[in-house]
Design a protein around this ligand. Structure first.
Ligand SMILES: [Mn+2]
Length: 300
């Protein structure tokens, strides 16, 4: 067999991972499983995504994009076993803060959506320079009086002092949110775009509007990709995904567009629960999401 033969295997997205800390992109697992309103196994997502990356080629023939020269520092997983969201806050912030300073893009593999709050704090401890974009079927504005969960990271960030004008939320679904949450978003001045608006205008176009608004006010931006924003028939591995969500191709296109923005310094993929997956649909979607993030980064 020739040394460059691809008869048995190919250079995969997993082969981009390196222990070289000078790589421009970092990837880290934040396997937070506890604290979900619907109990599940989001803690299994980082290892599942890394395994699925072996099934991804580094070449996109549609745009002739070649990721083979991208290098990703694999920072491993943060130890979050038996950790509730409140206790996970400090270790996630402390681990991410140096990564986001030393790398142009840090990819965080959740974990449930409760990892988003510490991701934002890691970018700016004072919260005044940072913007947050969420692609999510839900506002995540539930009250915090029963403790931190995957249902209230945005509410917690507002209570932490993040201005509502620094938040944009796109992909929200009917009958998956309360009037109370919608009223909170309106009164806080959060930019809101429903799944229907995203489908009518294009998720990437809506994301462009949202990023332009955030970039005018903020120096750095964190983007939360809650994978339950995707239409449930294409996303069995997320308990919150519902019929009527955004299409998976729109999700990929928006991911590439967003990750090309120079102010986007960190992104998270949350709510992927491998124990619910069917035929690796969600795992392969998550692995493609990593590839799209890298393809976007490479366009900078
Ligand atoms: Mn969410």
């Amino acid at each position: 067999m020739n040394s460059d033969s691809d008869c048995r295997s190919w250079f995969s997205a997993a082969d981009l991972l390196t222990q070289d800390g000078t790589a421009p992109v970092a990837l880290i697992g934040a396997p937070l499983g506890l604290g979900s309103i619907t109990p599940g196994r989001c803690d299994l997502a980082p290892e599942t995504v890394r395994a699925a990356m072996k099934r991804m080629s580094v070449y996109d023939l549609e745009t002739e994009t070649d990721l083979s020269s991208v290098r990703i520092f694999d920072a491993g997983d943060i130890g979050l076993e038996r950790t509730q969201p409140a206790e996970a806050f400090a270790p996630i912030v402390e681990t991410l803060m140096p990564l986001t300073r030393e790398h142009q893009l840090t990819i965080v593999l959740g974990g449930n959506n409760a990892v988003t709050r510490p991701c934002v704090h890691a970018l700016d401890a004072m919260l005044q320079r940072v913007g947050v974009l969420t692609l999510d079927a839900h506002f995540d504005l539930r009250d915090t009086d029963c403790g931190l969960t995957n249902g209230n990271p945005i509410q917690a960030l507002l209570e932490d002092g993040l201005p509502g004008a620094h938040i944009a939320q796109i992909g929200l679904l009917p009958f998956a949110n309360t009037r109370k949450a919608h009223d909170k978003a309106k009164s806080a001045g959060i930019y809101v775009a429903t799944a229907a608006a995203c489908k009518a205008q294009g998720l990437a176009v809506i994301a462009e509007n949202a990023l332009a608004r955030l970039a005018a006010k903020c120096d750095v931006i964190h983007v939360d990709f809650d994978i339950d924003v995707v239409e449930r028939s294409a996303m069995p591995g997320a308990s919150g995904a519902r019929p009527g969500g955004v299409g998976v191709q729109d999700f990929f296109d928006a991911t590439r567009f967003i990750c090309a923005h120079p102010k986007v310094r960190s992104v998270d993929l949350t709510e992927f629960d491998p124990s619910l997956d069917v035929a690796a649909i969600s795992a392969l979607t998550a692995a493609r999401w990593v590839c799209e993030a890298l393809a976007g980064y490479q366009k900078r």
